[in-house]
Design a protein around this ligand. Structure first.
Ligand code: UDX
Length: 429
């Protein structure tokens, strides 16, 4: 497994737990030392235990060396980052660098699989790079196995996927990958490589579309005084629509949706199709952040010198990941209007502090209650269960004014209002 980030390390640990010997490669000695100690270098529920037992059993072998990891393997997964370039295109430099080093260490037939989310046609380019860098004439097959796991529930998503997508060119590669994935549940979609590559982008873009759609409906609910939670339930019970990814809020963030929607727009543009629908999905998402700030202003007036409590910094609950988090984007908008921020997140405080190190005006607090001290309003921006269960009567005492603007529709409007709060949420009367 080349790459030991959220997807790479989770996949490596689970494949090891299923009885395979897995080398996890990352050129960062500090991260490798953490994994060697049987720990997880980031927060993902349940992952550290799986890493620990497989390190102890010798099935999971972390290393910085391709020359240790590649020769004994039958399957080599490329699972490195594909961040956005400034123009929205996926930056494939880490994928191509991995391909070069895999080639230099190839000692016999292997299947080389793209697990990173990569634009259609990337496997062909990787194949070319490997061919050029092979020390001798060794045969290999390329394949694509996109991963659909969600942070925060990565273990169960990987063990119980709805589908396993295998894009491959030869029967040999297909059967090796089918065998490797045998213990996992879910339907098999065996197809060509380009189709597999597109399945991943299309899936993420569609899920982002569902969220932007319900956020647009939420805006409408606010003008006609309807309740978006009931609209979503009423829609979602139709099996053709489905309940999931219809939660209105401050919009989608994270390490995948933002970069993958941008990359799919770029791929479409590049092939002469502008994909207007996807562009609108992205714009609705950007607007959702600005609307939250408007909502807060409507509740408390101009933000200059106001203290705002931000509850939640992670891009969603149950992760410490703050990449493209709506919360951080909203914090920047609030600061630009002169507000002061007191922020708390149960897991993501450290990462947020690092991400905002250039920014002044944010105090990172050790708990929710200190973040609420003397504030003019509370903004809920990540749906941590812990915030639902706060001692709200005590929160009310420490606040300057009892105002809550809930960007995740986390609280029950009736019960929080009964506690004496002025409460605003997304798309609910
Ligand atoms: C996503 C995909 O779900 C996963 O299949 C893919 O492999 C990687 O990208 P992830 O980024 O971990 O997973 O998080 P996800 O649970 O999909 O949430 C993405 C964003 O959408 C979060 O910011 C979340 O808060 C937001 N969201 C999700 C909503 O606003 N409403 C919803 O109904 C669902």
């Amino acid at each position: 497994m080349i790459g030991a980030g959220y997807v790479g390390l989770t996949s490596a640990a689970i494949l090891a737990d299923l009885g395979n010997t897995v080398w996890a490669v990352r050129k960062d000695i500090e991260t490798i030392e953490i994994i060697k100690r049987g720990e997880a270098p980031f927060y993902e529920p349940g992952l550290a235990e799986i890493i620990k037992r497989n390190i102890e059993a010798g099935r999971l072998i972390p290393t910085i060396e391709y020359k240790e990891a590649v020769p004994p393997a039958e399957v080599v997964f490329i699972c490195v980052g594909t961040p956005s370039l400034p123009n929205g295109e996926a930056d494939l430099s880490q994928v191509f660098a991995a391909a070069e080093e895999i080639a230099q260490n190839l000692n016999g037939y292997k299947v080389i699989v793209d697990k990173s989310t990569v634009p259609v046609g990337t496997a062909e380019k990787v194949k070319e790079i490997i061919r050029k860098n092979l020390p001798e004439n060794i045969s290999f097959d390329m394949a694509s196995c996109p991963e659909f796991l969600r942070e925060g529930q990565a273990i169960s998503d990987m063990l119980n996927p709805d589908r396993v997508v295998i894009g491959a060119e030869t029967e040999r590669a297909k059967s090796l990958l089918l065998k490797l994935h045998e213990p996992l549940s879910g339907e098999r979609v065996v197809t060509d490589i380009k189709t597999a590559e597109l399945i991943k982008y299309a899936s993420n873009a569609f899920l982002a579309t569902k969220i932007s759609f319900i956020n647009e409906v939420a805006r409408l609910c606010e003008t006609v005084e309807a309740d978006v939670e009931d609209v979503a339930r009423g829609m979602g019970l139709d099996k053709r629509i489905g309940r999931s990814f219809l939660k209105a809020g401050v919009g989608w963030g994270g390490s995948c949706f933002p970069k993958d929607t941008r990359a799919l727009c770029f791929i479409a543009n590049d092939s002469g199709h502008t994909f207007p629908l996807l562009k609108a999905v992205i714009e609705v998402n950007n607007e959702q952040r600005r609307r939250f700030v408007q909502k807060l202003k409507a509740a408390i007036g101009p933000l200059q010198d106001k203290i705002i409590t931000v509850l939640g910094l992670a891009f969603k609950a149950n992760t410490d990941d703050v990449r493209e988090s709506a919360s951080l984007e909203i914090i920047k908008l609030l600061l630009s209007e002169g507000a002061k921020i007191q922020a708390f997140d149960p897991m993501a405080g450290k990462n947020a502090q690092m991400a905002l190190k250039e920014v002044s005006g944010v105090v990172f607090c050790q708990d929710a209650m200190s973040a609420c001290q003397d504030a003019h309003a509370v903004a809920i921006l990540t749906e941590w269960e812990e915030f639902k269960n706060l001692d709200w009567p005590v929160v009310k005492k420490v606040l300057k004014q009892p105002i809550v603007v809930d960007g995740r529709n986390l609280l029950d409007p009736e019960s929080i209002r009964a506690k004496g709060f002025l409460y605003f949420s997304i798309g609910r009367p």
